[in-house]
Write a protein that binds this ligand. Sequence first.
Ligand code: NAP
Length: 283
Amino acid sequence: MTARLIDGNALSRHIRAEVAQRAGALKERGMTPGLAVLQVGDNAASRVYVRNKVKACHDHGLHSVLESYPASMTEAELLARVRALNADPAIHGILVQLPLPEHIDAFKVIESIAAAKDVDGFHVASAGTLMIGQPGFRPCTPYGCMKMLAAIGCDPKGKHAVVIGRSNIVGKPMAMLLLQANATVTLCHSATPDLGHHTRQADIVVAAVGKRNVLTADMVKPGAVVIDVGMNRDEHGKLCGDVDFAGVRPVAGWITPVPGGVGPMTITMLLMNTVESAEQHAR
Ligand code: NAP
């Protein structure tokens, strides 16, 4: 068997067309969905991420504001900017690009974002709605992974899903979303002994670790759906995931490539969250 590819670029294009259409419908009612992106300091990777987010907004009819500040910005100054954006009626989503400089408490800053504009889904209010199964903003990466499962017709109900990694932005919300979709979920992490024992029983595996080859062919049940969130560099500097793609592809039923898998979905779901926020504000 050779696993079929879950094409994140193609699915993104499809969802982004819906984003543009819904943004257009709001515009006809006099409201353009608006996203504010705040970046502090000069992290090269962050600069690329924020530029891509702002460009994606422009390309799909959303208004966006990029605010870049020097690393010397104080926490008080950043909190004041977030408060101003909370009150700005042209802004429906606020995103503070992480990491922040060490002298700024990232938790405090995220908590200062109005829950109704938390399109990254990192606020404890958003985490709380996910935990208790109420509507709310879902973190973009796991939200995108759920869209990928839906796109291939994989209903998690009754399936065993294994998530590797328990970060607040990927692993934990991923596990909660799968649980909410009626999967039986196992959440693994760095202290899990014998990871393969768990993954071999999984119908769905999501790898969100940040280490190459965490999942190899001998750890995968034949026919399983494998979603690779990881973003790493191989010995040639080429982008790769957590999964040994060449080894796992002949065993799995479906697999996401890196690049071209989960990556494009993350920004797409940010656009979707921003449009949904604007729709809620328009009600
Ligand atoms: P993170 O905060 O560093 O979390 C990594 C998780 O992996 C931790 O829970 C850690 O366990 C676990 N882990 C580490 N080594 C392990 C091992 N050998 N076996 C099992 N679990 C292990 O990372 P993150 O922010 O969740 O991101 C994970 C990866 O996804 C990174 O490569 C990141 O770049 C990528 N990512 C991609 C996108 C995208 O759009 N494609 C978005 C976000 C993140 P402990 O908790 O025990 O330390």
